[in-house]
Each structure stands twice: as structure tokens, then as C-alpha cells.
Design a protein around this ligand. Sequence first.
Ligand code: DGJ
Length: 729
Amino acid sequence: MSIVLNEQKSLFTLCTKTSMYQMKTDQYGVLLHTYYGKKTEIFDYSYLIQRRDHGFSGNPYQAGNDRTYSLDTLPQEYSCFGSGDYRQSALSVRYQTGARALELRVKDFEILEGKYRIPGLPSIYAEDGNRADTLVITMKDDVEDVCVKLYYGVLEDLDLITRAVCVENRGAAPVFLERVMSMCLDKPYGNYDWITFYGKHEMERQLSRTAVHHGVQAVGSLRGASSHQYNPFVMLSDRNTTETQGECYGFSLLYSGNFLAEAEKDQFDQTRVLMGIHPENFSFKLEPGESFWAPEAAMVYSDGGFEKLTHIYHRAFRNNLCRGRFKHARRPVLINNWEGTYFDFTGEKLLRMAEKAADLGVELFVMDDGWFGNRDTDNSGLGDWHVNEEKLGCTLAELSDRIHAMGLKFGIWYEPEGISEDSSLYREHPDWVLRVPGRNPMRGRYQLVLDFSRADVRDYIFDQMCSVLDRAKVDYLKWDFNRSISDVYSAQLPADRQGEVPHRYVLGLYEFLERLGKRYPDILLEGCSGGGGRFDAGMLHYTPQIWCSDDTDAVERLEIQYGTSFCYPVSTMGAHVSACPNHQTGRTTPLNTRAVVAMAGTFGYELDPGKLTEEEKDEVRKQIALFKEYYDLIQEGRYYRLTDPARDEHYAAWEFAKEDGSEALLCVVASRARTNDPPTRMLLRGLDEGVLYEAEGKVYPGGALIHGGFPVPEAKEEYQSWMFHFVRK
Ligand code: DGJ
């Protein structure tokens, strides 16, 4: 059993394959956190909680004159504002009276078979063969009828624990939620590092590692989407944890909107981690009988460094978060016309590109932005989702048919949440955008944002999309979103519900994507937000792949994909080979290197194939054949980071290995050409010692490759790259 109770039913121990998580209800009904770490024998870890009389840490009335009992110092499972805990809180409410106090006490619990789901929000699910149990702990305030249910999904074989929170107003008056975090974790002992992923447009998810210091360290987003700037995935690790050794914890929020992740080191050197919806500009009114769900957080503990943590997330996200028929199906090698043409295309031009691409072995042609309304630049047309037949020179069905006749599948770009002021939709419905009354809205890429918290707005856009998708054979859809949200005000909600807009927007987005996925199960959906501005676990529940970055430079991609790989599987990372000099950086890299880097993702092309030389065309044909050959190994195998491209100046290297150790693919890019290079080797991982592997016509024992390594050839060209395939004999 993955959820174990003691005889008094006060100690809850959750066990996964290698981790253990424990909580205890104390004598006052407070739920204390007692342990999270390596799986051991089940034991009451509350012996580690030391209580002392600390000045200025007050004592609840219940504790009488016991000055050693303070919620300000105890490790709590879900801390509330107004309870005497002065650290950052998990939950903060306001009553109609204006009072804010909340003291939650455990009232009940329930163990359910299987994994809970959350209405309208993404969550990890168990599949046949997955062991999954749910623990629900119900807590209540003794004065106000506010009830909080803590949900724990214990996915034993996936080695992962999920958390979610449901707050119910069982009283007679409205309650306002001001902060509802999805998880809270108190670590009374230890010095930790706080690892986050920061970035910007065209350089997302760069790893930052700093010591947790006294005070609060936080990352988050108030941009309405999870953002390019910070990712809703963070880690806590020991100070000396490395890629392959040491303890670390991962926290991934399955949410695509405003979020906050905080680490606080308190006056007694205790560390608290919180993660959830950003409380800034958030409030949610709960009428009597109403409830609110905070999004799910997926937590992983690893005693084998970051690599083990990554493998746990990759497997769970690939198999138990992504859905639909493309979860495991081989995704087609695509060509996207964006960097090849931008807005400057006609139907004829696209057909010429498609014809050339088909000849190279490409399998899917994607028509990007510019096919609808009066969209010839990025300052018009968004919202008018009718085909510009004049520009295409035919109907969409005809274009799609002609592309299919070439043996290619056909894909299309959309930005359903965006609206241009120069559009018929805006002229008819200016009130459908997010806008603060009496103020001009802020523009981003010239455009405004449709109010996706509104069902009528979503329904209209959905119908518009259906009328296009129903009339042509479409096999792929790229869902883009090209600005941050501002002017957060919905014309449809009353004043005291305006704080709900950011969350209702995300719920609306998910509702739309769910509907789209159900109606068109055969369309492969790719998420995108100006590249990787909404690359999060929430989106992966609806779109099994996400365009990783608008930066297609292979060398910059090394760092972007490195950072992304800590939590997100290779099969989810949109990556393309583009033309050189690269459009973002002006850098020229070998075509082989661009392909080696893009193959550590979904793999495709984004260039005008008509501009390739005959020699390059031959190379592309070989790349596509190679990708297909290694597809399973790359997409379903284990991913190993062999170097850190941001710090190792010399070579960037990574490896894919089959779970059974039978096969591996070593990929190396010379990040900087130098004369008289010192000899370099790569130590392989994921292979079996004591068996033989063949690579490059030679035979090596697994142990030699693991401990002796594989020599890297000397680079003879700037950014040269190699792939070495190892097969068990
Ligand atoms: C941003 C995306 O990331 C690009 O790939 C492209 O689709 C443009 N938007 C189109 O406007």
C-alpha cells in the first residue's frame, strides 16, 4: 500500500518507489509535516521536531501556557495566514467582516483508490498498470465554516507525488480567497540550493542556482501566461548535489498562468517552499456552497542527483500527463514556412516549398501566420479566422488537397486568444478584449487580448475555427500566443470578482483546448507562445509538444534545450533546423549541427527548401532518415545531460539510452573551435557494465564506456558535431 496509517490514524506516510512523504496530526489537530526524502522503514518522524520557547513566536490559545508550542516555528503541512505563523503562508482568506484569521484543524481523511482528477484543470493521471492512490485530508476552521481539502496523489511506480487543494465555503456568507498555494513544504533541517529557470523571449529556461538565504527568494509570472521569464518548475537541492549524485526535490506546477514559487529561510534556518497561483491581483469570491481548486503540483524527490529527477519527470509527463493519439505515435517530420517566408507568401509559393520538402522526405507541411483575414503584417487581421483565398489563390481545402497529393500532411497556425484592432472582429466587438474601463489598453506586438474568461467569446472563436477546420483536411495545428496579458479586467464580471479574471482566463483556455482536442482527436496540437513563453506542464496536458523558443540558432538552442530538459521530455520540445546565417543571431553553423541539435526535440525544418543546394538537400534526406531510425531511442529513451553548455565552453554533449541499456546515442557539439585542443572524452551513462557495445565499427565493454569514456574527435570546423550510436552486441 502506498498510503500507510498508524493505529491512531494520526500519521500519514506516503510511499513511492524510492521516496517517502509523511505528515502527522498533533494533539491540537494541526497537521505537521514530518518527512520528505528517501524511502526508509515507516517510522514516526515527528521525533525530529524540536520545540523550544522562542521569544516573539506566539502560542495558540489551545496550547494553554505551553510557550514551546508555536505555529511560527513548527513544520506545517499547509500554513495559513492569521494563525500565528509569520512565514509566507499557503492560504489566506478574508471574510465579509474584513477579518483574516484562519486556523485549520484536521477533521477527517479518506483514502481513495486511483488518482484524483481536478475539474477543468490539468492533472497527472494513472494508466492501467500504474499503481495510484489518493489521500484526502479534510481540515476546517473551528470558527468559520471554511473547509480545506488537501489532495495527495501517490503514484508509486512513477515515483512521484502530486498535490492539489480544494477550498470550500460551507458557511452562510461569502469568503474571499486571497492566496491559495498548491503546495507547501517545510524542511526544518539542512542548507539548500534554490534552482530556477529564468529567461526572456528567444532565450528561455536558463538555469539559476543560488543558496537559499534568509528571507524570501521567489520567481513567478504576472504576465497571464507562465512566461519566458520564469518557468513554473523549480528545484531544491543539497548544496553539493550534482547531475548524478546527491539529493534534490522538484516542484512542477501544472498551470499556464500567473504563478509564484517561493523559498523562505526563516529565523531558525528552516526552509519553506511554496508554489501556486500568484496571489498578486488574485482574489476569488466563494459564495456559500462554492469551492475553489488550486492547480496541481507534481513533486519528485531524487537521491541520485538531477538526472534521476529528470528521468522521473520525463517518464511521467510523457506517459501520464500528455494525452491523445500522438502521445506515443511517431510525430511527422515537419517543415514550417515561418522563417522561410514570414508573411510574404502566396499559395503558389507554399506549394513550391511543399513540393521541394516532400522530395526531401519531410512528412508535414505547416502554413504559419498570415493565411487569414487581412493578415499581411503583424498589426492586422487577428480575430478574423476566415481564409484569405485571394492570397492563397484557392480555398484552404484545395491547398490542403494539393499538399496531401504530394504525400504530405498539412498543418496550420492559429492565435485564438489574440485580436488586432485592425480586424472586423474588433470593429464589431471592442468590448470582447481585456481592457480597464476608461483607459486605453496596452498593446503587445500591436495586438490586444480577447477575454477568454468569457464563454461567449470562446464559443465565437471556437465556431470560427471549426468552420475552417471542418472544410479542409488539417492534420496539425499550432496554437500561438504572442504577448503578455495586461489590462486584466473583464466587462462581464462584477467589481468584487475582477481578481478572478487571470485564473478564469486560464480555465477558459483549458476548456477551449479540451474541446478542440475532443472534436479533432486526429489533429496534432503544438503549443507556442512567441516560442517558449508558455512551456509548462499545464499546456502539455492539451498539446503534446510545444515550440521551445523563437531562437532557432543551434548554439543558443544548446542552452535553451539544456534548461528545458530538467523537467520536460525531449518528445515535447519543438525544435527545427533553420537557415544560416541564423535569423536571430546572424551565426552560421554547419547543417549537420543544426540537425543534431533539433533532433534533441520533435525535429523539423523551418526554411525555404528551394534555397538549399543539391549537396544540402542530400544531407537533409540523410538527416530525416537518421531521425526516423533513432526515433524511439530519442523520444522514448532516457535523456542524459553530459555537459552544461552554459558553463562547459568546449563541448556540449548529451546522450539518449534505451531503458534496458541495449542502445545509446551520444551527441556532441564543439561549442568553440580552438587550435591544439586538449584531448576530450565523454563518460557514457545508462549502459550496462559487463556487456559489449559496438560503435563506429569497434567493440567496447560497457564498463569502459562508462568509466573510461569515449574519445571525442578533434573539431576541424567551428561548431562541428557528431552522433555516435552504441548497440549492445
Ligand atoms: C511566434 C512563433 O513562435 C513563431 O514561430 C511564429 O509562429 C510567429 N509567432 C508568427 O507570428
